[in-house]
Ligand binder design. Sequence first.
Ligand code: ADP
Length: 167
Amino acid sequence: MNQAVLILIKPDGLKKSLTGNILTRLSETKLEIVAAKMVRVSKDLAQEHYRHLKEKPFFNEIIKYLQGDLHDRKKVMALVYWGKDAIKKCRDLAGATNPEEADPTSIRGSYGRITTSGIYENVIHVSSNEPEAEREIKLWFNPDEIIVDLYPAKEMVQKEIKSKVWA
Ligand code: ADP
């Protein structure tokens, strides 16, 4: 069954110059990239992304982590991969959340670490299931940034919205 999955190359992945390696590893899945962009992550976006972890003692730290405060890299690379069993294929390649428990040949096993303050810096985010993938993709991307029609969308004329255009 074709599925979409949100992948984030987190600030530690960018700081360690791992973008190429990670994309190469993900290309083993033969999935299609249907959206990609660099994002400066606001606190609201980070908190909404990790809302299921709000009660965890490490919540504030992972918000700072996703925003790039721990790596002096205030950006993440966001991608949507699409194809058969996309979630399982990408999660298998990513490895377990805890980089020390992850298969050593997985992306997190190869490049992740646990910081002295106990945060799992695991270089990549992969949506965990279909409902989460849909929620996350809608959070990170607008419909017109994705080159296939993943979810129902509607057209809207927005006259009073301020946006930047080329000068
Ligand atoms: P995943 O990213 O594998 O889907 P979670 O959504 O549970 O896992 O966690 C989000 C992120 O929070 C993880 O990728 C990791 O960076 C961090 N994290 C999760 N659990 C812990 C933990 N027990 N201790 C420290 N950091 C954690």
